[in-house]
Design a protein around this ligand. Structure first.
Ligand SMILES: Cc1cc2nc3c(=O)[nH]c(=O)nc-3n(C[C@H](O)[C@H](O)[C@H](O)COP(=O)(O)O)c2cc1C
Length: 185
């Protein structure tokens, strides 16, 4: 299943940690998946307990709503060591993480650099979903919005509003997009 991800390309997966669910961008390198976590609940979770699930979804709204902590209906399974979302394919495994410093134009912050070693596959039961440009745009809006929340700039704001126009043009109508536009300052 790992081979379905091209090496070096970023894919958006769902990280299920001890107490949190959040989308993350992962890159496969051979048999492991690499990701970065900026400070937040998942960051803290992984420092305490590094057994996690990485799961796939074709539901752009799920990726976006979990990033924005909006209400989503999910059911979980667990075995004491791991916790995962029922029905979404993916992997259980160990995330080996180290703290580092991250500097970019938003400033300097701590970052957790993690390498995930898949140990067990999670079987999925997912309905086939056709590819949608509107979904891609919604995900991009949400990525920029989470950056805007860390450090608002007029440049980011303009980009998000441009993407919103395209999203609407493509027929998108998720409440998550409305939430972003209503909470942008
Ligand atoms: C599609 C998508 C991908 C994201 N990827 C990452 C990521 O790789 N690392 C990260 O730290 N935050 C990422 N974010 C932002 C987090 O989801 C967001 O900041 C979240 O609130 C994390 O904080 P938490 O751990 O407290 O929930 C992503 C957001 C979206 C919408």
């Amino acid at each position: 299943m790992l081979e379905s991800m091209r090496e070096g390309q970023v894919y958006e997966l769902i990280l299920v940690s001890k107490s949190n669910v959040t989308p993350i961008g992962v890159v496969r390198m051979r048999e492991t998946l690499h990701f970065k976590l900026f400070p937040g609940r998942s960051f803290r979770d992984l420092l305490e307990h590094n057994r996690v699930a990485l799961q796939m979804t074709w539901d752009a709204e799920l990726l976006v709503k979990t990033a924005l902590n909006l209400d989503v209906k999910l059911s979980f399974e667990s075995d004491g060591q791991y916790r995962w979302i029922s029905g979404l394919p993916g992997w259980l495994g160990e995330a080996r993480c180290r703290r580092d410093v991250w500097a970019d134009k938003l400033g300097t912050t701590e970052v957790l650099k993690c390498e995930f070693l898949p140990e067990k596959e999670i079987a999925g039961d997912v309905r086939p979903t056709p590819f949608s440009r509107a979904d891609c745009i919604l995900v991009e809006m949400a990525v920029l919005f989470t950056r805007h929340l860390v450090r608002p700039t007029s440049e980011l704001r303009d980009k998000i509003l441009d993407l919103y126009s395209l999203y609407r043009h493509l027929g998108g109508s998720s409440e998550a997009a409305e939430y972003i536009v209503e909470h942008i300052d």
